[in-house]
Design a protein. Sequence first.
Length: 242
Amino acid sequence: MGQTIVIASGKGGTGKTMFAANLGAAMVKRGHKTVLVDMDTGLRNLDLYLGLENNVVYDVSDVLNGVCRIKQALIKDKSFPGLFFMAASPKPDDGEITPLHVKVLCDKLKQIFDYVIIDAPAGLDDGLVVAMGGADEVMMVITPEYSSIRDCETVTMTLKEFGIENVHYILNKVNTKLMKAGLAPSLSDFPRGITERMIGLVQQDENIHISTNMGVPIVFMKDTYISKNFDNIAKRIEALQA
Ligand SMILES: Nc1ncnc2c1ncn2[C@@H]1O[C@H](COP(=O)(O)OP(=O)(O)OP(=O)(O)O)[C@@H](O)[C@H]1O
Ligand SMILES: [Mg+2]
């Protein structure tokens, strides 16, 4: 039985979609059959970051509304065997999809895949609650900004109210120069609740930005230190279940 990992954040633009695409790539490189599911309904981007925007026929809403079967909505990434993708609907959800629908979908996907990685919308809206429907683990992507830290704490509290405790944190867009100069919060400025459950750091690097524009996860590019970063994060996530 696989695991469902939801990638969330308080603030928008912290790097959730970038992280989801590269975590999926890292899991596939480690031999795990993985599906990336875009649940950022209405504001989907994951198809672009994977370079699969022209392959989308059916999406999550089509599956949940019975328009197609799960297998029809699964897009096989031909460049990277083992990686599959399911797109979000391009239209905002009209409230018909419930967390229970998503749980049922995740349970079915977990019978096929080792990892079901869900790219959730930012913030606290209903979209997040729906995306969390099948969560076994939540990875919150934060950036070294006080606004990001505060929003992340708020979302963590709300998740607790929903009974979701399995939350870990990824610090993205790390700029060590700014941190050393005291111009961005460093790890000692983060609340202990976050640092104690931090599972990895990803540097601010323009190559990451380029890779999202090119539609190829940077983890699939050869010989980057970022790929090693993600491999370590993937190993730690594997260890959470051990
Ligand atoms: N570590 C990084 N270094 C440089 N650029 C990054 C990094 N992480 C993400 N980016 C860039 O930041 C932008 C936002 O990333 P992304 O779309 O993944 O964020 P998001 O949290 O999914 O946003 P949204 O809340 O809108 O869904 C993108 O242009 C992406 O290329
Ligand atoms: Mg996104």
